[in-house]
Design a protein around this ligand. Sequence first.
Ligand SMILES: [Zn+2]
Length: 261
Amino acid sequence: MSKSGHSQRVKLLPNHRAHDARHLIQRWRVLARGAECRVKVLCVADELPVIAVESRAAHEGVPAVYLSSGVHGDEPGAAWGLLTWAEKHVHDLKRGSFLIAPCLNPVGLTLNTRTDHRGIDINRRFHDAEDLTCGPWQRWITKKAMRFGLCLHEDYDGQGIYLYELNHARQTAGHDIIERCSRVIAPDPRKNIDGQRAKGGVIRRRTLPTHLPGMPETVELHQRGCPLTVTFETPSEFDLDTRVRAQVKFIESCLEVLAAS
Ligand SMILES: [Zn+2]
């Protein structure tokens, strides 16, 4: 935990590296320098920067792969999985087009909470141009061309890995992706996940949900022209290293399957 003037409630938390958002952000800054990526500070949330990382090709306007994690702070496997993937694939970051939001809720990660420092679940605020985090996020991604988007999460009710695919196309890529990741963690066997029909760890939507009180990141991305979004969930009761490995495998699998299609 940082000694540099952080708020009292943060200091009271157990000092576990998985929730050290400052360390995570610092690793991203070092990585971005090596991979010739730009780092933007979208906003500062309770003294912690919310950063966005753009590869050189993305900055030049080549249609990008969008990657994000850390929307929910109690899902550290997603944030560390994304960093681990990036550190393993510096060469791809140098060459390819990537827009990355490494940790959209750093205060939540520090506090190990789903919500941010305001008690807000930002995954219901992505439609809101006035929001502290989601407003700058909207201005960052507006007019950026995207090929597909991957939103990384974890689920404490999860019994295995699963994904939500939001895709207008007839073909689904979800089963192929889950199959490739299933050697790390088996698919969630539930047939109903959060009130939605699931099959072999895949929940598929071809139309946008309309019943939600506010917009999740994945829906907002889709509405802003990203043709395909996949939300991935690892089961947060499983051990952290295995969850991180599953997240890395998920990103690698999507890049293989979706980039080829
Ligand atoms: Zn989540």
